[in-house]
Design a protein around this ligand. Structure first.
Ligand code: ZN
Length: 167
């Protein structure tokens, strides 16, 4: 079931911010990071977190790999995630395999069934924006916000109860 944004709420449950719902923030981030290589370092966690919070916009077959990448990022940080991503790009250049190499991600939990979660405690439409920029307060601050969204994403998916479970 796909839910369209209704009024000032996004389909992830978030309340719209000054820019609009999450997709408006997502597009603004993608646009700003294109012109800013340092900001672009957070591209992978931004994409994974956005798709995991809005799975109706995602390709279902990649969500499991994206959920594992999110866990790796929360667990080991941005550099560890970038190493896996670089490895991924190298593999795709050398062969025809377009699927994720799961080896570095195999230690992490698969995507739980029964999603998507109805609520995330940190969302894209809650990202602070100053003078039209997401990095006006510095890259460290921006990275911290993305990490907070990533943690909220992993926690929300992990807290899904199995269908039929009465807690
Ligand atoms: Zn949303």
């Amino acid at each position: 079931m796909t839910e369209s944004p209704v009024g000032d709420h996004c389909d992830c449950g978030a309340v719209a911010g000054p820019l609009g719902v999450c997709v408006d923030y997502y597009h603004a981030i993608l646009s700003e990071e294109q012109a800013d290589p340092h900001m672009y370092r957070w591209h992978a966690p931004v994409v994974c977190a956005y798709l995991l919070q809005h799975p109706s916009r995602a390709d279902e077959k990649y969500l499991d790999g994206q959920f594992r990448q999110m866990q790796l990022y929360v667990d080991k940080g941005l550099d560890a995630l970038l190493r896996v991503a670089a490895h991924q790009v190298a593999r795709n250049k050398h062969g025809a395999r377009l699927n994720y190499d799961m080896a570095p991600l195999a230690a992490y939990e698969p995507l739980p069934p029964g999603g998507p979660p109805r609520h995330f405690r940190a969302t894209f439409s809650g990202l602070p924006l100053r003078d039209g920029s997401f990095v006006a307060d510095g890259y460290l601050a921006y990275g911290h916000h993305i990490e907070t969204i990533a943690e909220a994403t992993v926690d929300a998916w992990r807290s899904i109860q199995a269908p039929g479970f009465v807690g």
